[in-house]
Design a protein around this ligand. Structure first.
Ligand code: COA
Length: 185
């Protein structure tokens, strides 16, 4: 694994990489009912998450995973979407980033929480080799809670990947899987 200069590995606080973006939702972003497409929202979540990971690692990053997302409430044309991201914990070459999304009804000036997600980004250099990331230093009680939660979620992700890996290796029972459908399991 390629090493990064020592200065880049200086521990960083959450505030140093916290990121935010705002998007005006236009007809091109929406479905036939005029509400924001789920895939478009996931794209915005990925982007704002990458901004925090990029700022923390000061390196290229790729998305390794995005956890379960609930689309809590619809977002409509004309709403302003605000997305905030923070690094919850840095591991060796990966970082868990939390993203929270609010929609603002601009006429009423009312905000509603519409989605939240956890993503894992991996830092890589220009040749695609994984690189070490600086430690994250949690400061407030809520940062510490998210820091501890990130370790638990990493364990859950590993358990789930192992379960899926084993499921792929197990022979399907005769006639239990329709041909061509097994990749969706
Ligand atoms: C993500 C990727 C770099 C991991 O590479 P890999 O060779 O499988 O690496 P490893 O299994 O050794 O894991 C490397 C790190 O990634 C983490 N990781 C790997 N797969 C993961 C997953 N599915 N979810 C969460 N973390 C994951 C590991 O926990 C490890 O973290 P650590 O170094 O902090 O301990 C590689 O799978 C990849 O390039 N994927 C494509 C990424 C991409 O194109 N994303 C979409 C566009 S940006």
């Amino acid at each position: 694994m390629a090493g990064e200069p020592e200065v880049a590995l200086k521990p960083r606080t959450v505030g140093e990489s916290q990121s935010e973006m705002t998007e005006l939702i236009l007809p091109n972003d929406t479905n036939t009912l005029g509400s924001l497409l789920g895939g478009r929202l996931m794209h915005f979540i990925d982007l704002v998450g990458a901004m925090a990971a990029y700022r923390h690692s000061r390196s290229h990053v790729v998305t390794a995973s995005m956890d379960h997302i609930d689309f809590i409430q619809p977002v409509f044309v004309g709403d302003l979407l605000t997305l905030k991201s923070s690094v919850n914990r840095a591991f060796s070459t990966s970082m868990e980033v939390g993203v929270k999304v609010w929609a603002e009804n601009t006429k009423l000036g009312k905000y509603r929480h519409v989605a939240s997600a956890y993503l894992v980004f991996v830092a890589i250099d220009g040749e695609g080799n994984r690189v070490k990331v600086p430690e994250l230093v949690p400061e407030s009680a809520s940062e510490l809670r998210r820091y501890e939660g990130a370790l638990r979620r990493r364990g859950n992700r590993e358990t789930e990947s192992e379960r899926r890996r084993r499921a792929r290796l197990e022979p399907a029972g005769e006639g239990s899987v329709r041909p061509g459908r097994s990749e969706n399991a």
